[in-house]
Design a protein around this ligand. Structure first.
Ligand code: HEC
Length: 120
């Protein structure tokens, strides 16, 4: 009985932290807000995207402001390269380059794009 209680406490903690990325220490909640997206990038993308590739924290808001749709078309995940790379869709590099994330991990990104991709 005691052991079961401990397991439940651990599982509840998983909502706020990213246990599928043990190599990255991340705190914060991944939800359909820009703050949530920043936690998502930190957990899954920053190992490459702050140094060798575009900085998603900077380039995505700039892209949205400019309305160029290079990464994100607000309201339209299917037209958004950010969403296509997460799905490993044909014609784009699958991201993270290290392997596809599960559906539950990427769902907040789709929800954020559908919510109009707010960047504040
Ligand atoms: C292991 C390193 C690595 C990780 C982790 C990674 N990326 Fe990338 N990503 C790259 C590199 C390198 C490029 C540039 C590839 C190119 O231009 O062909 C890139 C390109 C991209 C592009 C632009 C693709 C294009 O055709 O313009 C997007 C969007 C992207 N990554 C999103 C992400 C997201 C979102 C994550 C996290 C979920 C992520 N990446 C994680 C290395 C990585």
């Amino acid at each position: 009985m005691v052991r079961l209680a401990v397991a439940i406490v651990f599982a509840a903690g998983c909502d706020d932290h990213l246990f599928n990325s043990p190599e990255v220490e991340v705190t914060g909640t991944i939800d359909a807000s820009w703050a949530g997206m920043e936690v998502f990038f930190e957990a899954h993308c920053d190992t490459c995207h702050v140094s060798i590739a575009p900085d998603l924290h900077v380039d995505i808001p700039a892209d949205i402001d400019a309305g160029t749709g290079t990464y994100v078309v607000p309201g339209d995940p299917d037209a958004s390269k950010l969403w296509q790379v997460l799905l490993f869709a044909p014609g784009v590099p699958g991201m993270p380059a290290t392997g596809q994330l599960d559906e539950a991990s990427i769902a907040p990104v789709e929800a954020w794009i559908l919510a109009g991709a707010p960047v504040e």
